[in-house]
Design a protein around this ligand. Sequence first.
Ligand code: SF4
Length: 134
Amino acid sequence: MYPDADFVHVGEIGDATEPLIEILDGLDGRPEGPQQVLTTDDRLPLNRFPMPAYELISIPDYFLASVQFSSGCPFTCEFCDIPALYGRNPRLKNPEQVVAELIGSGSAAPSRSTSWTTTSSPTRRRRRTSSRTS
Ligand code: SF4
């Protein structure tokens, strides 16, 4: 997959991410040799995701801002690959993160549109209860 890419990061931010950043920081031009694939085994909890570096982009150039607030899903809808990709344990950002990202991305401005991004259904399974009448 992506044979022209020098590096492929597979999965969410996690234990593969920092090594990739270190490799990229050490490069002085395109690397020689075969493609390197770094795969996340341990995902970083969403509440430890770093704040996006909004200061590096021109926010007005973007039509839509995107703020992710959850990942993972406990359900197993047969057509959906989200549980396999992001796990079956729903993870959420905390309110302070979400507010900071809304402000940082300019989404808090009345004229901006924001896409709420979730890779899952953030609902939690409820225990089924039954009631009997006799
Ligand atoms: S993310 Fe939505 S469609 Fe996918 S398994 Fe969860 S509830 Fe089903």
